[in-house]
Ligand binder design. Structure first.
Ligand code: GRF
Length: 195
């Protein structure tokens, strides 16, 4: 049984989708939901599903990323994860952290990478006049929102869309894509999932 740790910063809707996908006949189980915000609503949602939770507040570390990450590592390694899923995790990780978990850490990003790494992805797609948008699951490397693509889902950009309506349409696909990628990934299959 593969052990999956999920890192969140907020509501955790992707974490919920992943956790629910692992109920029943699945080669993996969630063993920890960890947040950089002790008040992240996703922590209560994970606890309600019976998943162990923890938080390391990044604010006391005042920008000392290495010290913050050392505290994360302590919590993470206590759970002995085989795979780590970043899911709405909004802290930038150093090469030390990404290197420690290289080859077993995934992230979901709300754009069709390599387009629009970073923030405000939906507004940037709208401003560019793109016909479609979407989300990407990729292996995490030391380069932000880069790394081998493990899955993508595409949605149309419709007349009258704003960043909010587009984000909502993409989020529905995120909740389908991430569980599909995780299932393949824990089975050792790296064939990209294209929805
Ligand atoms: C989602 O748009 C996800 O793509 C991004 O964070 C947003 C919120 O995710 N990484 P969640 O609801 O906290 O999973």
């Amino acid at each position: 049984m593969k052990r999956v740790a999920i890192l969140i910063s907020g509501g955790g809707s992707n974490m919920i989708a992943l956790a629910r996908s692992m109920e029943g006949d699945h080669p993996a189980r969630p063993v920890l939901v960890l947040s950089n915000d002790p008040a992240a609503p996703g922590l209560d949602r994970a606890a309600a599903l019976g998943i162990p939770v923890a938080a390391v507040d990044h604010r006391p570390f005042k920008g000392d990323r290495a010290a913050f990450e050392a505290a994360l590592v302590k919590k993470l390694d206590a759970a002995a994860p085989d795979v780590i899923c970043l899911a709405g995790f909004m802290r930038i990780l150093t090469a030390g952290f990404t290197g420690r978990y290289a080859g077993r850490m995934l992230n979901i990003h709300p754009s069709l990478l390599p387009k629009y790494p970073g923030l405000q992805t939906h507004q940037r797609a709208l401003d560019a006049g793109d016909a479609e948008a979407g989300c990407t699951v990729h292996e995490v490397t030391s380069v932000l929102d880069d790394g081998p693509i493990l899955g993508q889902a595409r949605v149309p950009i419709l007349p009258g869309d704003d960043a909010e309506s587009l984000a909502a349409r993409v989020l529905v696909q995120e909740h389908a894509l991430y569980p599909a990628v995780l299932r393949r990934y824990v089975s050792g299959d790296r064939t990209p999932v294209l929805l």
